[in-house]
Design a protein around this ligand. Structure first.
Ligand SMILES: Nc1nc2c(ncn2[C@@H]2O[C@H](COP(=O)(O)OP(=O)(O)OP(=O)(O)O)[C@@H](O)[C@H]2O)c(=O)[nH]1
Ligand SMILES: [Mg+2]
Length: 502
């Protein structure tokens, strides 16, 4: 058996975890105390030990560790419906929380807790036959999720170098309570995501909030409703690892199938159908219809426009009552559709996987039970739009030094801000270069104050880029050949420099 350990960090990581384990229990015929219910007979197989440990008493315990720097959420877990589900040592808390501050989560409040968490994780690893890897759930905007989550990812990478780490990261939105520090926390947290995660699925709270409003008719969705939506997506992504499926049977396959360039590891997840329980009987959900819906921008877990980017790959994970030849015909139609733009160097083909286990829903929840669903995972350069939005928010505050001191007071050095921001500027540049857009990073110069220079540079480049065509670097290098050989003296007139002077 190849086991996966789920690690839930901070409030969002834990609450998403509650929704995810609640759904897994239902899908595998378990009661919320981990005992088998009569419905498990339907499944004819026991819950997968990839995700659950079977105890001698006949219970199934999630292979999961939950950690938060404050203990409020654990009171809720201890007194709520999940009180008998998780292992006795699975919940680890600190005191006082990280106060929405990455630096508290990474430095001052992490203290001995990181060792306690690693000890617990090692204990869970010891009872595994062959560990596959880790799934990490956290928010990028919270102090614990961003700071402690980054420290933990770093430690997991050091101690379990070769084991894949797949991350589900809540991306901050504006529709639900958000702190002013979230752009800083998120940018700081991406350092670890870029370096230590093998594949990160972003869960954009604003996108999911709007899906709940539009598709599920919930005027003011709560976190619980968002988390149940997220749980459906995570469940589809992991269905092949829990039931028999033809694709993504192993954590490392996400990397192999979706991440051709290690740093560009942020596939966009889209899910369909998302129908409210009240509307279920009116909606059609055949393979072709759900596939079309799956490419609807409104069903994406991250707000971005794939038409403005190119695909490196895209796979569709079907589950439920699915006829293989319907999928073949839909995939053939997709492959003939020229509106989907792929990079020249990739295979330009949609892939599909089928898992026969149908989607399950929480009783009395808002999501309708359907016979089949599809989740598409696409590595598209359009995801850069999410990073650009975050960068703009960061720059707006950092250029005025807003709240920077709060981080320095917790032991963080100021250069971490610039390093993290430059890391994301590099990421934007990687996507732009891949797309063939011209992107020149100007060195810091006296013209620009050091702080925020990258964003000023980007603004200027955005303006000049419209005058540059993609072939100019090739043309210039080819022309330089004659210049080097035949010209006695060449004065370079660099448009960007003159633009800047003007
Ligand atoms: N989807 C979802 N997002 C959440 C949930 N709870 C908080 N968030 C989002 O997560 C961010 C705040 O992070 P939290 O996870 O609450 O913070 P934390 O990691 O516990 O860190 P501190 O409380 O600062 O110690 C904000 O963007 C919230 O909108 C949740 O249950 N579901
Ligand atoms: Mg918290």
């Amino acid at each position: 058996m190849r086991e996966i350990i789920s690690v839930h960090v901070g409030e969002a990581g834990i609450q998403v975890g509650n929704a995810y384990w609640e759904l897994y229990c239902l899908e595998h015929g378990l009661a919320l105390d981990g005992t088998l219910t009569p419905t498990h007979q339907e499944h004819k197989v026991l819950p997968p030990t990839t995700f659950f440990t079977a105890t001698k008493e006949g219970k199934f315990v999630p292979r999961a560790v939950f950690v938060d720097l404050d203990d409020c959420i654990f009171d809720e877990v201890a007194n709520g419906p999940f009180c008998d589900l998780y292992g006795p040592d699975a919940l680890i808390s600190g005191e006082g929380g990280a106060a929405n501050n990455y630096a508290r989560g990474y430095y001052s409040a992490a203290g001995d807790l990181i060792d306690a968490v690693m000890t617990e994780i090692n204990k869970v690893v010891e009872v595994c036959e062959t560990l596959q890897g880790f799934m990490l759930f956290r928010s990028l905007g919270g102090g614990t999720g961003s700071g402690f989550g980054s420290l933990l990812l770093e430690r997991l990478s050091a101690d379990y170098v070769k084991k894949p780490k797949v991350e589900f990261a809540v991306y901050p939105g504006s529709k639900l309570a958000a702190s002013d520090l979230e752009p800083y926390n998120s940018v700081l947290a991406t350092q670890s995501t870029l370096e230590y995660s093998d594949c990160t699925f972003l869960l954009d709270n604003d996108a999911i909030f709007e899906i709940c409003q539009r598709n599920l008719d919930i005027p003011q969705p709560t976190y619980t409703q968002l988390n149940r939506m997220i749980a459906q997506v995570v469940s589809s992504i992991t269905a092949s690892m829990r039931f028999h499926g033809s694709m993504h049977n192993d954590l490392s396959e996400f990397q192999t199938n979706l991440v051709p360039i290690p740093r560009l590891h942020f596939p966009l997840a889209t899910y369909a159908p998302i129908i409210s329980a009240a509307k279920t009987s009116h909606e059609k959900t055949n393979v072709s219809e759900i596939t079309t819906a799956c490419f609807d921008i409104q069903n994406q877990m991250v707000k971005c426009d794939p038409r403005q980017g190119k695909y490196m790959n895209s796979c569709l994970l079907y589950r439920g009552v699915i006829v293989g030849k319907d999928v073949d015909s839909v995939i053939a139609t997709l492959n003939d559709n020229k509106t989907f733009k792929f990079f020249d160097w990739c295979s330009k083909e949609f892939k599909a996987g089928i898992c026969s286990a149908p989607p399950t829903v929480i009783l009395d929840g808002n999501i309708a039970k359907v016979k089949r669903a599809v989740c598409s995972l696409s590595n598209t350069s359009a995801i850069v739009q999410a990073w650009s939005r975050l960068n703009e928010k960061f720059d707006l505050q950092y250029s005025k030094s807003v709240n920077v001191q709060l981080y320095l007071d917790e032991g963080m050095e100021e250069c971490e801000f610039t390093e993290a921001r430059e890391g994301l500027a590099e990421l934007e540049k990687d996507y732009a270069e891949l797309s063939g857009d011209v992107f020149v990073v100007l060195d810091d110069s006296p013209v620009f104050p050091a702080r925020g220079s990258y964003s000023f540079a980007r603004d200027i480049i955005d303006e000049t880029a419209i005058m540059i065509n993609n072939l100019e670097p090739y043309n210039s290098v080819l022309a330089a050949h004659s210049t080097l050989e035949r010209s006695e003296c060449t004065f370079l007139l660099i448009n960007d420099a003159i633009f800047k002077i003007c």
